[in-house]
Ligand binder design. Sequence first.
Ligand code: NAD
Length: 350
Amino acid sequence: MTVTSLALANLGTSRSNAIAFIGLGAMGREMASNLFTKSLNSQGSEPSPTFIVCDAMPEAAATFARNFQQLHPGVQINVVDTPAEAAELASVIITMLPSSPQVNQVYLTSESGILPGVLKALSSPAGTKPEDLKTLAIDSTTLDVSTAKDVAQRVAKEAQISMVDAPVSGGVVGAAAGTLSFMVGGPASSFDLAKPYLEKMGKTIVHCGDSGTGLAVKICNNLILGINQVAVAEAMLLGTSLGLSPSLLASVINNSTGRCWPSAVNNPIPGALPGQSPPCERDFKGGFAAKLMLKDMNLALNAADSVGVPLPLGNSSVKLYEDVTKDQDLAGRDFSVVFRHLQKLQEGQQ
Ligand code: NAD
């Protein structure tokens, strides 16, 4: 069911007590579920907030609403067609989108974007409560640092929106468990406003500095992660090709200076980590998709270009992830599948 502005107005909802979530994909639906559940006010005298959801794929929003209402009978989830409607109706907006083009589109598109939606709310009839005219926007998308800064600056200037970039680490499992880590960029006052909402979706909330710095931290971390996963794939393939058992090799590395998250948690050879179950043991299904790792590493290359920083290892790792993701079947599998790509190269040389 899609709720029009008129219908929501009839519900008598107040903008300052409404939360909108835009982008109900793999991460967003889990984050929205935790945020809404923990925002329900079951005992107090204050009414629970109104919940609004929106997705470019209407079925994604409708499915979220159906599933949430099954878990919480009696709670209304309002599905709207455009980010503008969501922003007109809610003073707190969280976005979780694929990358920079979608963030630009969702925030800035004329008529259907968040910016025109907030401007419409600001032009509401006299007598509207001041708290109904304040807007907080939290963007948890992993996107380009410069796009994030530009969007935050523009919405602040044109519609007094307090905006933070708040990318996450922790993946779908952390999103479902409400244990995400948020790296937050934006003015301290906006961080303070965002923190109570982020705490409902995550465990570690770090204010990194001004707008764009949350993304800078996220991108640097994933640059290391992407490179380390390649290094572990190389070492595990070399060691096992020299006759070592995967579990012995992994165990020595993990007690030595080569230890890192890809060697100790995301090792790419089944059986290398007894008692653990990394994605390679499920044919690399689940986990963090190789195409998302490629996206994040390209964001690092773009950011490095903007400040003239050389990334020799970043560049050569990106080439490998590009090769991996040319195979449609591998692109959606966990990025540790880069090991399988090296195996294929080895087979080709024999
Ligand atoms: P996803 O593709 O599953 O979800 C994105 C959602 O946004 C989809 O439902 C899509 O329909 C919606 N969308 C796209 N364009 C839209 C628009 N113009 N208006 C409204 N909705 C729109 O992606 P995801 O895995 O949930 O990842 C989201 C973000 O989180 C990405 O930036 C990703 O890099 C980052 N991230 C993902 C993971 C992970 O493990 N999946 C981990 C950390 C960070």
